[in-house]
Write a protein that binds this ligand. Structure first.
Ligand code: C5P
Length: 232
């Protein structure tokens, strides 16, 4: 899989999601299904979007004991998604078990990527609530290396970190980067943002774009603009 734009379909229902996806009559975008939509509609929403011909990043961020995550991944592998994820904080044992569960009998599996520290966690909350005292950028890089060593395919990170992650973990280790905004757009609640063109220049493999596309007056044009800046 090469560079691509993934649309974060952060909708509360299948009805809203399909009304949105119906606008795309040409190219079928890669879509991200997160907890909100998955918990509202269940696995059927994944099958339905897949049946329409979209690639899917199932963003459920699993984190539990290794055996439970392994069994959950063994269920998710049957949904035939392209990418799914977990928290690197679950440790190497959990990540290794997840890979085992995700691997189908024929040896194929969806790509598995890790969330490092959530961007909602800052240095202060990490020290106070988690008793982690290293600088947060070192913590993120440590989690990235741990995920790579466990055999995962990449991580979710800020586009600002994508270059450093490739330097530390190799250029084939995928960086999937939210926090993307157009140069002339509203950054909303995203603080550390990059344009699609900047994300391309720094080496992001996939950009995850939500509101700049879903809330645009013309979502298809906004998507095509992302593709033109990032992929072409
Ligand atoms: O609307 P927006 O472009 O900000 O959406 C970004 C998407 O990426 C959302 O689904 C959000 O949950 C997700 N995400 C993020 N930052 C992270 C991890 C995931 O914005 N660190």
């Amino acid at each position: 899989m090469g560079k691509d734009v993934i649309i974060a379909c952060d909708f509360a229902s299948g009805e809203q999601t399909f009304a949105f996806l119906d606008k795309f009559t040409g190219r079928k975008p890669f879509v991200k299904i997160g907890m909100e939509l998955y918990y509202a509609e269940g696995p059927a929403i994944v099958r339905q979007i897949k049946a329409r011909g979209h690639k899917i990043f199932l963003d459920l961020k699993l984190h539990d004991i290794p055996n439970t995550v392994k069994k959950a991944m063994a269920v998710l592998r049957n949904l035939d998604v392209d990418i799914t994820n977990l928290h690197a904080a679950g440790t190497t044992a959990m990540m290794t078990a997840a890979l085992e569960g995700l691997t189908r009998p024929d040896g194929t599996r969806p790509l598995l990527i890790a969330v490092t520290q959530l961007t909602s966690t800052d240095q202060q909350s990490m020290e106070r609530d988690l008793l982690i005292h290293a600088p947060i950028d070192q913590v993120v890089m440590h989690y990235a290396r741990t995920a790579r060593d466990a055999g995962l395919d990449g991580i979710v990170c800020s586009p600002l970190e994508a270059g450093k992650v490739h330097d530390a973990c190799g250029k084939n280790f995928l960086t999937v980067t939210p926090g993307v905004r157009f140069a002339d757009g509203d950054s909303g609640d995203q603080k550390r943002v990059m344009t699609p063109a900047q994300a391309k220049a720094i080496g992001s493999d996939y950009i995850v774009v939500g509101r700049p596309i879903t809330a645009a007056a013309d979502p298809v044009a906004a998507y095509e603009r992302c593709v033109a800046e990032f992929c072409d």
